[in-house]
Design a binder for this molecule. Structure first.
Ligand SMILES: Nc1ncnc2c1ncn2[C@@H]1O[C@H](COP(=O)(O)OP(=O)(O)OP(=O)(O)O)[C@@H](O)[C@H]1O
Ligand SMILES: [Mg+2]
Length: 468
């Protein structure tokens, strides 16, 4: 399920806030309990003191008069029962109920003792107070116990607690509303961006505006704009390539058509044979061109998916050189090959890597005069396989070295057949394998040196698909 940014932000804010409210509710409840207990205890003590003041000895008997004010202070709509028990120093019950529970420990030093107990079926809160009785016969402390049921106390707790909880829920509600509003305002630029992208022309690669979005979103917009401009560049490249390719195909087709027309017009057998021979070599050239275009289309980024495998580059290079040996022999060119004794493992596409070697050696063989020499070497240098193709031909001037790597660029004037795709193909293949290619002068004498480096595959490297 798609995640919602708004939902996530809201969740992250409100869930912890809800937790805080619950925790606070628990604390508030305890505070309310403490306050209610304090109030109840104060009332109990006041009532017990009023009763205790009335405990006196008259005519040798300890008596307790219960003043109404001692009980009235508990008056409340909760109808709490007030119960008491007064005992003379002798332990004799002089007022109240005999079954009011005594305190867990008798009060010392005239300090009141508060305790919870039960009276009949009700829970009660009680205070016990010792009251000295001045007597000529037998002095001592009378015990006054006053207790009340808990209805009023419980109501107080729930009132305090509910009021505070209500306030907090209202606060959280307001916070949620403000957050929603803030999120709506904050996410508005993102939503605007979404609708801009949705409604724009599907083919449009125009850069998105970045001024009215927040700074956090700008890197995203920049990355999108960069991707748009890369795609734009790529499309422009494709268009140019198609235009160039169709131009390159049109010229030999026109030539073929003219040659065919001439052959048809020519009455003589020799004339027809000449035309057919020309057509034959023209078709060869075209099939080479079509083949080059296909290789290029497969090697370039976004081209057909390539299944890479672990291969020994020495074998690929050797087989490519073998197929060119007859051309070298024909033109009396000394073609040498120098490789390592150990395997040179590379993760790559066999056909493309073969095409790479073929194009470089083919260039060397084509662009140097008869009787020249071409040296190919393969070594392992700093984690790379290094392929060097060196010839003793005219070389390529420094200012042309970048441009000959572009498609259809050839040095003018060139008498050698070709379409100008070979080095562009080399560049694409090298890039597809994560390597580098460099053109330079041959170290000694004239000539071109091409230096290609491809990363050596560790044996653990699994072959990978290059499908994007
Ligand atoms: N070894 C070389 N020595 C001298 N010039 C070269 C050499 N290799 C390439 N060049 C120059 O660079 C140009 C581009 O080479 P590239 O291989 O791309 O095209 P091409 O050889 O002309 O045609 P093709 O597409 O058939 O290979 C060539 O036309 C040639 O002028
Ligand atoms: Mg070439």
């Amino acid at each position: 399920m798609a995640r919602s940014l708004r939902g996530e932000l809201l969740g992250w804010l409100l869930v912890p806030l809800g937790g805080v409210v619950l925790f606070n509710g628990w604390i508030t409840y305890h505070n309310a309990e403490t306050i209610a207990d304090l109030i109840a205890d104060r009332t109990l003590l006041a009532s017990a003191r009023v009763i205790a003041e009335q405990v006196k000895e008259t005519d040798g008997r300890v008596e307790a008069l219960i003043p109404p004010s001692a009980l009235e202070m508990f008056a409340s709509p909760d109808r709490d029962r007030v119960i008491y028990r007064v005992m003379a120093p002798s332990g004799e019950l002089i007022a109240g109920f005999p079954d009011v529970a005594p305190p867990p420990a008798p009060p010392n030093d005239l300090q009141p003792v508060y305790f919870d107990a039960r009276f009949r079926n009700d829970a009660i809160r009680a205070v016990a107070l010792a009251q000295p009785v001045i007597s000529k016969t037998a002095g001592g402390n009378a015990l006054v116990i006053v207790a009340t049921t808990l209805n009023g106390r419980d109501r107080l707790i729930s009132e305090i607690w509910r009021a505070s909880l209500r306030d907090q829920i209202i606060l959280v509600g307001i916070a949620a509303l403000l957050t929603l509003f803030g999120l709506h305002r904050g996410l508005a630029p993102l939503l605007r961006l979404r609708s801009e992208l949705r409604t724009r022309d599907p083919g449009s690669l125009k850069a998105l505006r970045r001024d009215d979005v927040q700074s956090e979103l700008r890197p995203l917009i920049d990355a999108l704009n960069q991707a748009f401009s890369r795609v734009q560049g790529y499309i422009a490249l494709q268009r140019r390539f198609i235009a160039d390719a169709s131009h390159q195909l049109r010229t030999p087709l026109t030539v073929l058509k003219t040659q065919a027309a001439m052959g048809l017009r020519d009455e003589t057998q020799e004339g027809k044979t000449e035309a057919l021979t020309a057509i034959d070599s023209g078709v060869d050239g075209m099939s080479r061109l079509v083949n080059q275009l296909l290789v290029l289309a497969r090697a370039e980024p976004g081209g057909a998916a390539l299944r890479k495998e672990l291969i020994d580059f020495r074998g690929v290079a050797r087989s490519a050189l073998e197929s060119l040996a007859c051309i070298a022999f024909d033109r009396a060119i000394d073609l040498s090959f120098d490789d390592e004794a150990d395997p040179l493992p590379v993760v790559g596409h066999v056909t493309l890597l073969r095409e790479l070697v073929l194009n470089l050696v083919d260039n060397a063989l084509r662009h140097i005069p008869n009787g020249g020499s071409v040296a190919v070497s393969l070594t392992r240098v700093n984690g790379n396989v290094q392929l060097i193709v060196e010839d003793d031909g005219p070389g390529i001037p420094l200012e042309e070295r970048e441009r000959v790597l572009e498609r259809f660029h050839r040095l003018a004037p060139s008498t050698v057949e070709g379409t100008g795709l070979g080095l562009a193909i080399v560049r694409e293949i090298v890039a597809a394998h994560g390597g580098t290619v460099e053109l330079s002068d041959r170290p000694r004498g004239s000539g071109l040196r091409v230096d290609v480096r491809l990363p050596v595959a560790d044996h653990e490297d699994p072959p990978q698909d290059r499908s994007q």
